[in-house]
Write a protein that binds this ligand. Structure first.
Ligand SMILES: Nc1nc2c(ncn2[C@@H]2O[C@H](COP(=O)(O)OP(=O)(O)OP(=O)(O)O)[C@@H](O)[C@H]2O)c(=O)[nH]1
Ligand SMILES: [Mg+2]
Length: 441
């Protein structure tokens, strides 16, 4: 196996070493030692500031919603965001992403508060990364690196781990420019010794070799899973798709009584899981898949090809939406765009609005004094009653949509019925002469 490159704290394959925290449960409340009554701090939690450069037209509500998501990502990766810096610009500064004044402001805060990293809600160019690191003297994390890090924490199967490692090396390659040298030497510590320029050349070669090796390995794994998929026979294949954290795995558990890891963290699922399910008399295969997110780097999508094959090869998509999220309509759009990107745009789809237990239409937000309540933020979209939303979507899609709560198990029977109807129709299309009993065999 090829030697791993020696540069800085950004080695792929080792998950979160640049957060200094390899614990996949990082970010959870600290555990208390029952004997001593003290809290087990283990490693100190890392702190981060978030930086966004929204276009001038973008509303404050929108900017904050995006930063909430970034804060959630950082929390999922095991760190805490302590402050947000926003600078409205036509486009980000080509050299340092933010302007000079804002950069000085961030630097002063970071130094004063002893912040460990600065996180950007976009991808940085290799030179922006280099300049920012030289200026701010702390870890610089961009959106791709953050998402890759979470994927690395979550990936369990050989395929997912290989996919993540490949994406990490592809991210690293153009950034191997000695940028961490000064920092790493200053900090020292295991795994933080910076390479000299000659070592960087060696590193580049090592990284390229490793990329080639991982691509070969993925091809082999891909062949294996293709064979497995063929062995599944002629059952109709249904895939749960949707934005991250909308409740896909919870629904999978409910529908298939499967034990799939679901939790309130982004990208809880990175591996695709498939179960055979029989609802009434109707058998089909149901797959849970990795969630999508806005600004998901194309590279990352490409390296997740084999996981995404589950979606591409599905006969029916259950597009799960978290209706309680203020940005759910944009999330629907992000998912549709990503489906287009991976060549799965025109598949039969059933839209499943989840988390209705957390959805409050505007007119139901009660004021304790019975006064008419002003909207808190003019930017936020109105929240119509569910019946109205349902009518709007059904009219738009010319198809039924279903509103459920996976957590409270509301309307799950209705969802089951709709799935059975769609699967039966697909079976009939496939086996027009077969009888109902053997249509799924
Ligand atoms: N209130 C509420 N919470 C829900 C509902 N369904 C799921 N959740 C919660 O939402 C969180 C995310 O659920 P998951 O099932 O892990 O979501 P996912 O879509 O699989 O997420 P990723 O795998 O990260 O893409 C968990 O904390 C669930 O308990 C629901 O109907 N109502
Ligand atoms: Mg999941």
């Amino acid at each position: 196996m090829a030697k791993k490159p020696s540069s800085g704290g950004r080695q792929p394959g080792g998950s979160t070493r640049h957060y200094g925290n390899d614990n996949p449960r990082a970010g959870k409340p600290l555990a208390r030692d029952p004997n001593t009554g003290t809290y087990q701090t283990g490693q100190e939690q890392e702190t981060a500031v978030l930086v966004s450069v929204p276009p001038r037209r973008q509303s404050d509500a929108q900017t904050n919603e995006y930063l909430d998501e970034l804060a959630f990502l950082i929390e999922t990766a095991g760190a805490t965001a302590t402050r947000r810096f926003i600078q409205r610009l036509e486009k980000p500064d080509i050299r340092t992403y933010v302007g000079e004044g804002k950069l000085a402001e961030i630097k002063a805060y970071v130094q004063h508060e002893g912040i460990s990293m600065v996180v950007f809600d976009d991808d940085l160019s290799p030179s922006q990364l280099r300049n920012l690191e030289a200026e701010l003297l702390v870890k610089i994390v961009d959106r791709s690196l953050l998402i890759l890090d979470i994927f690395a924490l979550r990936a369990k199967s050989a395929t997912a781990r290989t996919q993540v490692e490949l994406a990490q090396y592809q991210y690293l390659l153009p950034r191997l420019t000695g940028l961490w040298t000064h920092l790493d030497k200053q900090r020292g510590g295991v795994g933080m010794k910076g390479p000299g320029e000659t070592e960087i050349e060696t590193d580049r070669r090592v990284v390229r070799d490793r990329i080639a090796f991982l691509k070969d390995k993925l091809e082999d794994l891909d062949k294996q899973s293709q064979t497995q998929r063929k062995a599944r026979g002629g059952l109709v294949r249904v895939a749960l798709v949707g934005y991250t954290n909308v409740g896909k795995s919870t629904l999978m558990n409910l529908l298939g009584k499967a034990d799939v890891f679901a939790e309130n963290k982004l990208f809880a699922t990175v591996d695709a899981t498939t179960r055979k399910i029989v609802l009434g008399q109707t058998p089909f295969l149901l797959s849970d898949t990795v969630g999508f997110i806005r600004k998901l780097p194309t590279r990352l999508i490409e390296s997740f090809k084999s996981t995404l094959d589950e979606i591409r090869e599905a006969d029916l998509l259950l597009h799960v939406v978290d209706i309680s999220h203020p940005g759910f309509e944009e999330q629907i759009q992000v998912v549709n765009d990503t489906l287009s990107d991976i060549g799965a745009a025109d598949k039969p789809t059933l839209l499943v609005f989840n988390k209705i237990d957390q959805y409050t239409p505007d007119d139901q937000q009660e004021d304790p004094f019975g006064e008419v309540r002003e909207a808190e933020d003019d930017d936020s979209a109105p929240r119509p009653p569910l019946a109205q939303l349902q009518a709007t979507y059904m009219a738009k899609l010319h198809d039924p949509v279903v509103f459920v709560s996976a957590q409270q198990r509301s309307n799950i029977d209705e969802l089951r019925e709709l799935i059975v109807k769609r699967v039966t129709a697909l079976n009939e299309q496939r086996f027009p002469y077969a009888s109902q009993e053997n249509s799924g065999a």
